[in-house]
Write a protein of this length. Structure first.
Length: 548
């Protein structure tokens, strides 16, 4: 009591002093105490609606494996519910399906909130083809301004079957006969939701004649869809990133995966065609038409790039037509008839002229000045003709020149001397002959972009690379016993080599590393590459087309 009187006296004294113009010497006002705003906790008890679970398509209560809960707060200015600055979310495991509780503490006592609950299920659920699905949100609103309002809520989450309406149809001959070519041996596919995980939510493997689909697919999700296309040559993977499956509420729908034309694996045998008269040589013109010499039928056949039908009737060439070359500038075609001892010229698909050559013309090539170079197998020479057939010169090379090729960047001419196990280079009218290891017997030659000559050794089964000065480039690498023809893709620099043993062809990178070998539908006697990179192989009465 005395303390209270003393405090009262002090206050009275301070008041009197202030009225007389005097203030207490050290008086300060008392500090204010900040009170924290009132907060509350709301608990949601979640469970699936059994009635709806029974009606849901394939989504039974045991398939539900989690509930996702998110709280929004009411914004009085816009009269809408918005996400709070700090997200209020919870994930509740539900498998097999016990009732769970989500508690949110620290909510404003006077606030108004809305909870949205999404049920998810079928992640590796009861059927192998089921994909992660989500229901429509189930919402509950509660107002904490009302002290009588409950702080505990039971939420019956509807297992909405609408999102099961989507189905992704996958390629097959059953659904798209024209879109699945004969070379396809099978498929495999993976469907991934990259926003949730790098692990596929569904996978499938099937034969090309079987109908396949990913069913019960969740809509409005940007999936990644990968398709492995298989052939006897291997597998090529096609990918659809961000493939969004539309959500069609209340209606079933089937979505065709838009892969378009299927990508064949490298080396895949796309098609093979029987050639009457025994196919021997092959060349490609500016229109990507394929020209094939039929040595036993004394004809040349011209087909379109798909090999579907002859563009012109077969052209007659007597004396076993074998080697063929096309001037890429004029599209003039030159064909060497081995036993006829002549080279034939065709212009616009019609015979124009023929000219005598040395004995057994076995190889032919055209340079950038439209000069024609013809190798004479028995004569040991190479004949140079003008486009009109005028003889410009004859050059002595090694024993049994069987093939000739031109480096069109500088018009240097390379010749493969089979019995001489050597190659000759003709440049500016000068012949230089370079010996190769004993027993090579070069069967095919081609010039790379760096002017290096690639030589296929028919005897040792190796590929030798020779620089313009005759020096060896790198170490010879094994191609295969009996290796014959070779062609280099001008666009990629890849080398394709014929491997007669087992009727196969092989692909090598520009640095000489092997990409792979693949079964061919033709005996690989000659190879040509069109502008799409497709590889054409002639031999054994067949013409085969391979994927790049």
């Amino acid at each position: 009591m005395r303390g209270a009187v003393a405090r009262g006296s002090t206050i009275l004294l301070a008041t009197l002093l202030s009225l007389t113009g005097c203030a207490p010497p050290t008086w300060q006002p008392a500090a204010r105490i900040a009170l924290a705003p009132a907060t509350e906790t709301v608990t949601l008890r979640l469970g699936p609606s059994r009635g709806l679970a029974a009606a849901a398509r394939s989504w039974r209560t045991p398939d539900v494996f989690q509930f996702d809960v998110a709280l929004e707060v009411h914004d009085p200015l816009t009269d809408t519910f918005v996400a709070p600055p700090v997200p209020l979310v919870a994930t509740l495991p539900q498998k097999p399906s016990p009732t769970s509780r989500a508690s949110f503490a620290g909510l404003a006592a006077g606030g108004r909130y809305r909870a949205s609950v999404v049920a998810r299920g079928n992640a590796g659920g009861t059927a192998p083809d089921l994909v992660l699905n989500a229901s429509r949100p189930t919402t509950v609103t509660f107002d904490l301004a009302d002290p009588a309002a409950p702080r505990h809520h039971d939420v019956s989450v509807a297992l909405d079957p609408v999102t099961f309406a989507a189905e992704v149809a996958l390629p097959s001959r059953a659904t798209d006969p024209a879109g699945v070519p004969a070379w396809v041996t099978g498929f495999a596919a993976r469907l991934t939701d990259p926003a949730r995980s790098a692990t596929p939510v569904a996978t499938a493997s099937w034969a090309p004649d079987r109908t396949a689909a990913f069913t019960n697919v969740r809509g409005d999700v940007a999936y990644d869809l990968e398709l492995d296309v298989r052939s006897t040559a291997g597998t090529a993977t096609m990918r659809l990133p961000g493939f969004t499956i539309p959500r069609a509420d209340g209606a079933d729908q089937a979505v065709m995966a838009p892969f378009g034309a299927l990508t064949p694996p490298t080396g895949t045998l796309l098609a093979s065609y029987a050639m009457s008269g025994g196919a021997f040589g092959v060349a490609i013109d500016k229109l990507d038409r394929v020209w094939v010499t039929n040595q036993n039928g004394d004809t040349v056949t011209v087909r379109d790039f798909a090999g579907a039908a002859a563009i012109t009737p077969s052209l007659a060439v007597a004396g076993q037509p074998r080697a063929i070359a096309i001037d890429p500038d004029t599209d003039d075609v030159w064909v060497a008839a081995l036993f006829g001892g002549r080279v034939h010229r065709f212009v616009a698909g019609a015979a124009a002229a023929d000219h005598a050559t040395g004995a057994f013309p076995s190889g032919v090539a055209v340079d950038s000045q439209h000069r024609v170079w013809v190798a004479s197998l028995l004569g040991g020479t190479v004949l140079c003709l003008a486009a009109d057939g005028t003889t410009l010169g004859t050059f002595t090379v090694g024993a049994s020149p069987a093939a000739v090729v031109v480096d069109r960047s500088n018009d240097a001419v390379w010749v493969a001397n089979v019995d001489g196990s050597s190659v000759s280079r003709i440049a500016d009218g000068v012949v230089a002959t370079y010996g190769l290891p004993v027993g090579v017997r070069p069967g095919g030659i081609a010039v790379a972009a760096d002017h290096t000559l690639w030589v296929v050794g028919n005897s040792d089964g190796k590929v030798h690379r020779v620089a313009p000065d005759g020096s060896t480039v790198g170490v010879p690498f094994a191609a295969g016993a009996g290796a014959t023809a070779i062609a280099i893709d001008a666009a990629s620099g890849a080398a394709w080599i014929g491997l007669p043993n087992g009727q196969r062809i092989g692909k090598w990178n520009p640095d000489g590393t092997r990409v792979g070998t693949y079964p061919s539908g033709a005996f690989p006697n000659a190879i040509a590459i069109d502008r799409r990179g497709h590889v054409w192989v002639a031999g054994g009465g067949m013409l085969a087309e391979h994927a790049p």
